[in-house]
Design a protein around this ligand. Structure first.
Ligand SMILES: NC(=O)c1ccc[n+]([C@@H]2O[C@H](COP(=O)([O-])OP(=O)(O)OC[C@H]3O[C@@H](n4cnc5c(N)ncnc54)[C@H](O)[C@@H]3O)[C@@H](O)[C@H]2O)c1
Ligand SMILES: O=C(O)C(=O)C[C@@H](O)[C@H](O)[C@H](O)COP(=O)(O)O
Ligand SMILES: [Zn+2]
Length: 362
């Protein structure tokens, strides 16, 4: 097991990464104010991993309330959140009870927001079981739910007490989901870690083949990048927005197609290629550099073109992005491979051409 820390003063927390961690209650116990937890999971992950986690905790004297919600991005909404509150209230979960998110980013975001709001805040722990959740969503405290008009529109910054990333859980992850996680991994290389981008170009096949050493390296390197950004700017006053590379286009794709049609990582992958192409149009990246981005995305078995929703629909959806200021979309773009910038100074015609020249019919 290897451990990193998200450095947030009194709210700092560890990220443990390694094999077989779900069965190790001793890693969780120090973070529980009282021996009572609710494990929130879904109908896919529950049958795979709930028993192991539950038995480990119960054997250690912890009372466990399982809450199983339906699986899918389309359930990351107010209705599912309501079911979680209902179950917590029915079981009289108290303020010192801890919520544990067992699953991917959907479960993590939902459970984190439930924890931020139930009784005005109870402790929570992330046990991420997808690559995407292990490299990104379980770290940093962005929690929330979708709105039909836009992704993650309702939420809170609320940090977990612990992130427990058991790499064994990736054994059961479908290939498509593994690739989706690789999108956010590539993101770290593009925004602030050129050496990691080059490493990914060398090692993409090992990652796709689920080589344990390569995956663990990529998870730790990604978490280290994210932890450093979050420690510097927890609530996205500035720097943290670079973690949104590809998301302005990507969130428009997810909401525009309907949640769950394209996976989050797939939409972000196409969005990053568009962001790279827009950066080229602004004179920052070369054609060859955009091709490097496109090639790596394709090698990760991810889409490098966006679905053709029509330009007006893209513009309307992107106008709802959380980074919009004074009505102007703020784009996360690339000055070079390994350095992101956030700018509203983008001629509308260039953004429009980027979309129109990078779409493919779905
Ligand atoms: N909070 C953040 O900082 C942040 C960062 C990135 C993404 N997100 C959010 O995370 C979500 C995407 O997360 P995701 O990609 O993990 O999707 P997900 O949570 O939908 O999980 C993907 C699929 O894999 C299944 N699954 C999970 N673990 C499994 C396992 N070990 N074996 C087999 N199947 C497994 C799930 O049931 C689901 O069907 C989006 O809602 C996105 O907006 C949040
Ligand atoms: O942690 C962050 O900050 C991120 O932006 C990480 C993203 O990968 C993630 O998808 C996040 O949920 C997007 O944030 P949002 O504020 O655009 O909803
Ligand atoms: Zn994301």
């Amino acid at each position: 097991m290897q451990t990193l820390t998200v450095d947030l003063g009194a709210r700092s927390y560890p990220i443990h990464v390694g094999a077989g961690l779900i069965g190790r209650a001793e890693l969780i116990l120090p973070h529980l104010p009282m021996p009572r937890v609710a494990i929130v999971t879904n109908s896919t992950v529950g049958p795979l991993y709930l028993d192991t986690l539950r038995a480990a905790l119960e054997d250690a004297g912890v009372s466990v309330l399982p809450i199983v919600v339906p699986d899918g991005e389309q359930y990351k909404n107010a209705e599912t959140l309501g079911h979680i509150y209902d179950a917590l209230l029915a079981a009289r979960m108290e303020r010192k009870g801890t919520l544990i998110a067992l699953g991917g980013g959907v479960i993590g975001d939902l459970t984190g927001f439930a924890a931020a709001t139930y009784l005005r805040g109870v402790p929570f722990i992330q046990v991420p079981t997808t690559l995407l959740a292990q490299v990104d969503s379980s770290v940093g405290g962005k929690t929330g739910i979708n709105h039909p008009l836009g992704k993650n529109m309702i939420g809170a910054f609320y940090q977990p007490r612990l992130v427990l990333a058991d790499t064994d859980t990736l054994d059961t992850l479908p290939d498509r989901e593994l690739s989706a996680g690789l999108a956010e991994v590539i993101k770290y290389g593009l925004i602030r870690d050129a050496a990691f981008f080059a490493w990914l170009e060398e090692n993409m096949e090992r990652l796709l083949a689920r080589d344990g050493e390569a995956l663990t390296f990529a998870i730790l390197r990604s978490c280290r990048n994210k932890a450093e950004v979050v420690a510097a700017d927890e609530r996205e006053g500035g720097l943290r927005a670079i973690l949104n590379l590809g998301h302005t286009f990507g969130h428009a794709i997810e909401a525009g197609l309907g949640y769950g049609v394209w996976l989050h990582g797939e939409a972000v992958a196409a969005g990053m290629v568009l962001a790279a192409d827009l950066s080229r149009r602004l004179g920052w990246l070369t054609v060859a550099e955009v091709e490097r981005v496109r090639r790596l995305v394709r090698r990760a078995r991810l889409p490098d073109r966006a679905p053709d929703l029509g330009l007006p629909r893209y513009q309307a959806l992107m106008g709802l992005d959380k980074k919009v200021e004074g009505g102007r979309v703020r784009f996360v773009l690339l000055k070079r491979l390994g350095e992101a910038v956030v700018t509203a100074d983008v001629p509308e015609a260039l953004a429009a051409a980027t979309i129109e020249e990078n779409v493919a019919s779905v």
